[in-house]
Design a protein around this ligand. Structure first.
Ligand code: FES
Length: 146
């Protein structure tokens, strides 16, 4: 072997090792970021909570009132102390459903849901996603596990 061959082989070996170590490092960093994001919204294995002050949502001040608290989640007051929180994404093909104060209708293919999110007319065959709500009367705050 000549000195040039050894240098070329060394160069290829070092380059390959560097690329391999770099790829492994990036993979490890990606996994770390992924885990961080997972625990960021779910640090204790619990769903993320959204707490709203009812004073900030006058539409929820009376039974039957409703309002969107995000662009996907509607809250409906069904009694003085009970609230429903539903994702308005149709379970058929993901269109946003409309609420008329009594039930939900999907404008895309006509699925219908009760005010509790239960399918009453297909083609959807799954209920709207619902979120647990907890009302604290003393603070007038509603906690939604999202
Ligand atoms: S997307 Fe709602 S019925 Fe098809």
């Amino acid at each position: 072997m000549t000195r040039d061959n050894i240098n070329r082989r060394d160069f290829i070996d070092k380059t390959f090792k560097t690329i391999t170590i770099g790829a492994l490092t990036l993979t490890a960093l990606d996994v770390t970021k992924l885990l961080a994001k997972t625990f960021e919204s779910d640090p204790n294995g619990k769903a993320a909570e959204k707490v709203i002050k009812l004073a900030d949502y006058p539409d929820l001040s009376s039974v039957g009132g409703y309002t969107m608290i995000t662009n996907k989640v509607i809250v409906i007051r069904v009694s003085s102390s009970k609230f429903i929180a539903l994702n308005i994404t149709c379970t058929h093909k993901h269109c946003a459903v409309d609420y008329d104060g009594e039930s939900f209708t999907c404008p895309c293919h006509g699925s219908e849901y009760s005010k509790y999110g239960k399918v009453t007319h297909g083609p959807a065959d799954k209920n709207l996603k619902s979120y647990k709500t907890t009302y604290d009367e003393s603070s007038d705050e509603l906690t939604i596990d999202m």
